[in-house]
Design a protein around this ligand. Structure first.
Ligand code: 1HE
Length: 257
């Protein structure tokens, strides 16, 4: 692979953005390689982690490539990002991102497509599209806006300012802030834990929760009942419930203990 690395740690597939000389800027070829790597991770792993090699997670769209596009090529390119990132957000597996340095433009769009974001203290977040004379095209208006809120996203886009990891956490855009240099290790630990869940439960979490969040309450509750019944009546649920009742598995941990 030219732009990515892939390794496995137990049931976790670890994908590294690997174009550090261009700050992991995402070109068309990079996106195609991403599509392939998702297929490879889905075939072998039960959870995935995305991180960046070099000083930054990702500087977003490869601006050198973008300036050469016609309007129609631009639309097709954006739709291709949507297709590939949709395979992360609504695919087979839970995905985690380990973020450090710049998480910018398309890099934030990629990070917004995973399910859990772990940022280290060096991470900073920006949407400089307005300064570049372009618009978001990798899913931010649907995904990042839902994480931080439309008003905050408009602020970021209009002012071009960057926010730090603590602000991103306060804005609901990252789930965890950890010490510098530890995001990957922490994200892999969390992914390994998620990989021990029932696959069907993970699938329901990924697919049902965001959809229900977009529904009217009554419709959402109806769908929740269907999904609950679907998962609870699976053989794996029976085995796991019996394991708890027979005290063969641990209890829920108490963070105050
Ligand atoms: C790039 C890119 C890129 C760096 N496309 N080549 N994204 C941006 O507007 C962010 C632009 N990048 C930056 O602001 C900075 O590079 C960083 C803050 C991310 C990192 O700074 P630094 O000092 O570590 O690196 P650098 O010296 O600026 O960059 C190193 C090289 O990477 C340099 O190339 P070189 O040939 O001079 O060595 C940079 O030109 C190159 N580089 N970022 C191409 N993005 C689906 S729509 C999504 C829309 C967007 O993502 S818009 C946001 C684009």
């Amino acid at each position: 692979m030219d732009y990515l690395t892939l390794e496995f740690s137990g049931d976790v597939g670890i994908v590294g953005l690997n174009r550090p000389s261009k700050r992991n800027a995402i070109s068309d070829a990079f996106i195609e390689e991403f599509d392939d790597v998702i297929t490879q991770v889905e075939a072998k792993a039960k959870a995935g982690v995305i991180h960046g090699h070099g000083p930054h997670f990702c500087a977003g769209l490869d601006l050198a490539e973008h300036v050469k596009k016609t309007p129609f090529e631009g639309v097709q390119g954006s739709r291709r990002w949507h297709q590939v990132f949709a395979r992360i957000q609504r695919g087979k597996l839970p995905w985690f991102a380990a973020l450090h340095g710049a998480v910018v433009g398309g890099g934030l769009e990629l990070a917004s497509s995973v399910h859990v974001r772990v940022a280290d203290k060096t991470a900073f977040f920006a949407l400089p599209e307005g300064q570049r004379g372009i618009f978001v095209g990798g899913g931010a208006s649907a995904r990042t806006a839902r994480l931080m809120g439309v008003s905050r996203m408009m602020d970021l886009m209009m002012t071009g300012r960057s926010i730090d990891a603590d602000t991103a956490e306060r804005w609901g855009t990252v789930n965890y802030v950890v010490d510098a240099g530890t995001a990957l290790e922490e994200a892999v630990k969390m992914a390994a834990k998620a990989a021990t869940n029932a696959e069907l439960s993970n699938y329901a979490i990924i697919h049902a929760l965001p959809r229900i969040n977009d529904m009217a309450t009554d419709d959402g509750l109806w769908v929740e009942s269907l999904i609950a019944s679907f998962t609870q009546t699976s053989p794996e649920a029976e085995a796991r419930l019996n394991a708890f009742l027979e005290k063969r598995v641990g209890k829920v941990s108490n963070p105050n203990a």
